[in-house]
Design a binder for this molecule. Structure first.
Ligand code: ADP
Length: 168
């Protein structure tokens, strides 16, 4: 069984992430999308919400499983009995960080390899943080996230804005 883990924040999942999930799942027997639950930044969506959103947009991919985890990615990869980590490379700016992560992970566990997918050009500029920023100011995010995710992002942002408004 070839098992790979695609770890990330996915806050929220974008069309770029989904493109990587589709392409990676075609290469392996099982792809586990691992939603990181211990970010330094406070995420917009809880880990459970992020898992549900990814499940909702990957329902047609039978060999994709979604779970959240905390701690080191390598430990989660081992728990999944996986040998591969999947990551996406959007631009040169991702490269240095990703290379460092891949080398660190390999020094922790030499049996685990990182596979990089270069982003489809039409999604290369998309990031979860720009999605949140555009939505915060009422911009159109339909080009950036799958259709099932659009209203959840606006809804969450409106909740946050209402909370902020009632506090000031
Ligand atoms: P992290 O906080 O771990 O960087 P992200 O959710 O931002 O988590 O990204 C997870 C992975 O997906 C990373 O490898 C990142 O480079 C990749 N990724 C992010 N956005 C895109 C995109 N638009 N196209 C392809 N890959 C992407």
């Amino acid at each position: 069984m070839k098992i790979a883990v695609y770890p990330g924040s996915f806050d929220p999942v974008t069309k770029g992430h989904l493109d990587i999930i589709r392409r990676a799942s075609a290469l392996v027997d099982e792809l586990v999308v691992g939603v990181l639950n211990n970010n330094a930044k406070t995420p917009l969506f809880s880990a459970e919400e992020r898992v549900t959103m990814i499940q909702d947009v990957t329902g047609d991919l039978k060999n994709v499983r979604v779970e959240y985890f905390s701690g080191l990615s390598v430990d989660f990869v081992r728990r999944c009995h996986a040998k591969f980590i999947v990551r996406g490379l959007r631009a040169v700016t991702d490269f240095e960080y990703e290379l460092q992560m891949a080398q660190t992970n390999r020094s922790i566990d030499g049996d685990i390899d990182t596979i990089f997918f270069t982003t489809a050009l039409n999604y290369a500029y998309i990031s979860s943080s720009t999605v949140k920023e555009v939505a915060w100011y009422g911009g159109d995010i339909t080009g950036f996230v799958p259709p099932e995710i659009v209203d959840r992002v606006y809804g969450k942002i409106q909740l946050l804005q209402a909370e902020k408004g009632s506090r000031s």
